[in-house]
Every structure is written in structure tokens, then in C-alpha cells.
Ligand binder design. Structure first.
Ligand SMILES: C[S@@+](CC[C@H](N)C(=O)[O-])C[C@H]1O[C@@H](n2cnc3c(N)ncnc32)[C@H](O)[C@@H]1O
Length: 243
């Protein structure tokens, strides 16, 4: 926070969620994603003159050698061809430059304003969303590896990093006050559902989750938008420095 760094590269930037957090600490930011739709969405929301969004892949970073201070990959590295990405990251990072990769698993759900034992209801709700997250892995062996990487908090990814100076931070949490409508949207946006969606009706998983949650929280008569809860995400973070 004391001194701005020159150049941040966000790989797999999606709609720019992480860029918005990191951008104030850099003079220049390049954010890439292979999805033209995501780039379009991110550009339309962009609030920073020094941020550029463009289509690009982790395996072929659109940067000069030794030009980047920090690379971030938020909830995205598990989709990359990681060996190619690590080689590219090593090529573009300056000496002392930093590679930061982070992700999160299913959040904890804490009901707000409902009668009953909050701890118990929270345990049940958190288990239900955890099961919804696991669904893709059970169904499709292709995404199972991706799920395992996330489920194990990127342990494998941490071990793959060759830089000697590296560390893991697992204590970051972020709480959001959401309704059941938002949580249903979260389940529908999990990228591992894409393969499932191609062959089946993805809304069923989220519908099933909504039904089970309302039954166990005793609020079947309420609209989804009226069922309020605190949604707590726990982030696991890997920080590695190029020598
Ligand atoms: C869950 S989104 C993460 C969005 C954002 N970084 C964040 O922090 O929330 C994962 C993103 O990874 C992108 N992605 C998948 N494969 C990629 C690749 N090979 N190179 C770069 N990005 C990739 C997807 O298009 C998607 O937008």
C-alpha cells in the first residue's frame, strides 16, 4: 500500500472481480481471459483508466520477457495447462516478481432472521451447498481432477511451484449478506457445471438445493429473495517469488 508497483497481470480475469481489488496498487494492469464474453462484460464494468482487458490464454501470455511485477490467477489456475503457464509466468516475471494464485471451495451458509438453532441450521445449509459443489465431480471424471485441486485447497499446485520462496495463506475469509436467489445463482455459475449442462438440465441441481435448504431451514413458504443469509467464503492463497 505504501508504494504502487508498475505492472499487474491478471490471468483468467473473468468479469474482472479480482482486478477491481488489486488495480489501485499498480500503475498499469493487463487482464486476460480466453472468453470474449467475459472480456466484454469486464470492459463494460471497468472503472479504471489504467486497466486493459483483452482476450488471451495462460499458456501464451501476451507480455514481454521480464516485464511483470505481479501475476494473479483468481479461481482460474485449476483450468490451465499448468506446466505451460508456470513456464510463461517465469518468462514474463521480473526477478523478485510474484506469482499469486488463489481459490475457494463452497461457502459456509449462516441463516439470518430465521427461528431455530443457527449453528445447526448453518451446518445443514453448508453441507447442502457442499454437496451441490461436489455434484459435477461425481458425475464427470473430466472435471474430477479440477474439483480435487480445489477441494484440497491447491496443495498439489503449491507442490508444483519450483520457486524456493513460496507460502500458503489459508485464513482469508469474505462474508456477504445474500438471499437464496443469490446463492442459487452462485451454484448455477460454478464453471464445472458446464460439461453437465451440455447434456442435462443444470437448473435441477440448483432447484434441488433450494428445495432441500428451505425444507431443512423451515421456510418453504418464503420467496427465495426473502430467505436471507450470510455467505462466508474461505480463500486459499499461494504466493511464490521468482528469484
Ligand atoms: C471462476 S473464473 C475466475 C474469475 C476471476 N479471476 C475471479 O477472481 O473471480 C475462471 C476463469 O478462468 C478462465 N480460464 C479458463 N481457462 C483458461 C486459460 N487456459 N487461460 C486463461 N484463463 C482461463 C475462464 O474463462 C474463467 O473466466
Amino acid at each position: 500500500k505504501e508504494k504502487k508497483l508498475d505492472f499487474l497481470l491478471d490471468v483468467g480475469c473473468g468479469g474482472g472481480q479480482s482486478v477491481n481489488i488489486f488495480a489501485p496498487y499498480f500503475h498499469e494492469v493487463l487482464a486476460i481471459d480466453p472468453s470474449e464474453n467475459q472480456i466484454k462484460e469486464a470492459r463494460s464494468q471497468n472503472k479504471f483508466a489504467h486497466v486493459t482487458y483483452k482476450a488471451g490464454f495462460a499458456e501464451k501470455l501476451p507480455c514481454d520477457d521480464v516485464s511483470v511485477d505481479v501475476i494473479i490467477a483468481g479461481a482460474s489456475v485449476h483450468w490451465f495447462d499448468r506446466q505451460k503457464f508456470y513456464e510463461e509466468a517465469d518468462r514474463v516475471l521480473k526477478p523478485g516478481g510474484r506469482l499469486v494464485m488463489f481459490g475457494y471451495w463452497s461457502p459456509k451458509l449462516v441463516p439470518l432472521g430465521l427461528p431455530g438453532d443457527v449453528t445447526r441450521l448453518s451446518e445443514i445449509g453448508s453441507q447442502l451447498i457442499h454437496d451441490a459443489y461436489l455434484f459435477g465431480a461425481k458425475w464427470n471424471p473430466d472435471v474430477k481432477e479440477v474439483y480435487l485441486l480445489i477441494y484440497n485447497k491447491y496443495t498439489k499446485i503449491f507442490n508444483e511451484i519450483k520457486y524456493a520462496k513460496k507460502l500458503r495463506l489459508n485464513h482469508f475469509t469474505e462474508g456477504k449478506a445474500w438471499s437464496l436467489t443469490d446463492v442459487k445463482g452462485l451454484i448455477q455459475s460454478i464453471d464445472s457445471y458446464e460439461p453437465y449442462m451440455k447434456r442435462s438440465d443444470k437448473s435441477k441441481i440448483s432447484e434441488q438445493f433450494v428445495r432441500s435448504l428451505k425444507e431443512s431451514w423451515g421456510c418453504t413458504g418464503m420467496e427465495n429473495s426473502d430467505v436471507k443469509m450470510k455467505v462466508i467464503f474461505n480463500f486459499f492463497v499461494i504466493v511464490a517469488d521468482k528469484p
